[in-house]
Structure formats: structure tokens, C-alpha cells
Design a protein. Structure first.
Length: 94
């Protein structure tokens, strides 16, 4: 299976990630600057099916647990059963 890894610089790349996710029929994984549930949600809403936390693991080893807990709480607050329900829901204006 092929996968597209998409690195978005400083969130300016989210519309590009959304366009890439719509243009391909392979999973898109968002990477770059993810250090919180909010960061992960931005990538997922833009179209990523998964995210990668990299360097932040060295800075804050608890980042995975914190991010997972934040994603879980967000989903519970908003009645979301799975993160896949959010993937690709970003609306980009003309």
C-alpha cells in the first residue's frame, strides 16, 4: 500500500494538504510541528488519516499520552465516535 506523507509548514499548508488528500486515493499522513491534540486535529480536519509526532518526543516525552487524551476529550465533547469522521472536513474558501 502506498502512503502520502504531507509536511505542512506553520499551518499555511493546510489548504494544500486538503487539496492533496482530495486528489489522491491513498492514505495521507500529516507530519511537521505536531505537539498537541490541537495540532493533530488541524491535520486530520485538513484531510490526514494519521499524524506523526516526531521531534516533540525528545522535547516532551509525554506528548503522545497528552495528545491522545486531548483527542479523546475533543471527540467526547463533540459526539465524535472516530477521528475518521473528521478527516477531510476542512472547508477552504474561494
Amino acid at each position: 500500500m502506498m502512503t502520502l506523507f504531507f509536511w505542512a509548514q506553520a499551518r499555511r499548508g493546510m489548504p494544500a494538504l486538503a487539496a492533496a488528500a482530495q486528489a489522491v486515493s491513498i492514505p495521507v499522513i500529516g507530519i511537521g510541528g505536531i505537539g498537541s491534540a490541537e495540532d493533530a486535529l488541524e491535520f486530520i480536519i485538513a484531510g490526514a488519516q494519521a499524524v506523526q509526532i516526531g521531534t516533540m518526543n525528545f522535547v516532551r516525552p509525554s506528548v503522545w499520552a497528552e495528545t491522545f487524551q486531548g483527542l479523546k476529550e475533543y471527540c467526547q465533547r463533540h459526539g465524535i465516535r472516530t477521528l475518521s469522521e473528521l478527516s477531510g472536513t476542512l472547508v477552504v474558501g474561494d
